[in-house]
Design a protein around this ligand. Structure first.
Ligand SMILES: *Cc1c(COP(=O)(O)O)cnc(C)c1O
Ligand code: SF4
Length: 359
């Protein structure tokens, strides 16, 4: 981790061999939270991935070619929810580098969303009324192959942003802003120390009402939901909303389930956004089960995104007419509150553009 570590628990009692006095030690270095260990031990190379999942060696050239474009990163607790020896596993497909990532397709470009044109202050995107997006870090616990940020060097620009002052000054100066959205990368890959500090500074801005966090960590790295996180998350003056990101119902299985339960017990509003992905969730049964499984964990659906056309992701695309058909199937089969909004991100629009009413 590049992040500065948590402040030290000053005193630690160490177990000592029988017959000796326990030593009280003052540590200069803090105890690293378990989730950071888990992150450090994530799968980060093609060989380990193939080995752990018993993948056919025929996958290896694709694994390497994709890895060279966007590095493999998969937490082991996420890997544990995949079927071994199955290259079509819907969780694996989200993180599996493939030869197809090297293909060029017309319309699939490096930055389809055009986020870096809209920076209002360093790390701050103000595109929509009343809410701003704060890019807190470039780091993610998992590297999703369909990610629209796979080519943007967020890591360089934001990985260790020490200074949020200009962004906070901008927010403070605009009373129309009611909500700050922490995004990235994944904001929960920052330490609790930094996040709690940021929260305090946001709470001091009187016109803010809501803090929203866009994060995939509770799903892909459930270890992240620990006592330290719950020491600040869901506390204080602002209403906290967590927008999770899961694309397949199997992602809510253990060990994610107990982490989600802890968040829910905290009284945090839990929403989910998913991306419609070919071969992963582009059928009515899977999409329905995603919403129903989420609800069992206290999560309401928010957005179902059409894929952003990022270079190297064409193999994930579901045609828009098919997406609308699938969305109709959801409307026919689910209560209204379990139907996500089907949207596409179109640069220059005042919000996400709904797609479900069009033929
Ligand atoms: C998606 C997004 C938001 C949040 O939009 P909501 O419709 O409120 O979820 C805010 N700012 C930017 C730049 C976004 O891309
Ligand atoms: S967690 Fe989100 S930002 Fe990170 S790689 Fe996945 S889709 Fe991209």
């Amino acid at each position: 981790m590049k992040e500065p570590a948590m402040p030290t628990k000053p005193i630690m009692i160490t177990r000592t061999p029988r017959g000796t006095q326990p030593t009280r030690q003052t540590h200069a270095a803090p105890a690293t939270p378990a989730w950071q260990h888990a992150l450090a031990h994530a799968i980060r190379d093609p060989e380990s991935l193939a080995l752990e999942l018993d993948l056919d060696p025929v996958c290896l050239p694709g694994l390497h070619a994709g890895h060279d474009l966007f590095r493999v990163r998969i937490p082991r607790s996420y890997l544990a929810r995949m079927r071994k020896g199955d290259p079509r596993d819907p969780l694996l497909l989200q993180v599996l580098p493939q030869l197809r990532e090297t293909e060029e397709h017309p319309g699939f470009v490096a930055d389809p969303v055009g986020d870096h044109d809209a920076l209002a202050a360093p790390g701050l995107v103000h595109k929509y009324h009343g809410r701003v997006l704060l890019l807190t870090t470039g780091a993610c616990a998992v590297h999703c192959r369909y990610c629209f940020r796979r080519e943007f060097p967020y890591a360089e620009h934001n990985a260790s942003r020490e200074d949020w002052a200009p962004a906070l000054a901008y927010i403070k100066a605009d009373p129309s802003i009611r909500e700050v959205i922490l995004s990235g990368g994944d904001p929960l890959s920052l330490t609790d120390h930094r996040l709690a500090d940021l929260l305090r500074r946001l709470e001091a801005i009187p016109h803010l009402e809501r803090l929203r966090i866009h994060t995939r960590l509770p799903v892909v790295l459930p270890e992240r939901v620990d006592d330290q996180l719950l020491g600040w998350l869901g506390t204080g003056r602002l209403h906290h909303v967590l927008v999770l990101h899961a694309n397949h119902p199997q992602e809510f299985a253990d060990p994610a389930a107990p982490a989600l339960a802890r968040l829910r017990e905290r009284g945090i509003t839990l929403l989910n956004q998913a991306v419609l992905l070919a071969g992963i969730n582009d059928d009515p049964d899977t999409l329905c089960e995603l919403q129903e499984a989420g609800f069992r964990h206290g999560i309401l659906p928010y957005y179902l995104h059409l894929l952003d056309r990022t270079r190297g992701t064409a193999h994930f695309e579901v045609a828009e007419h098919r997406a609308i058909e699938l969305h109709r199937a959801l409307q026919a089969r689910l209560p209204g509150y379990l139907v996500p909004r089907l949207v596409r991100e179109i640069p220059g629009q005042p919000g996400k553009t709904p797609r479900w009413n069009e033929a």
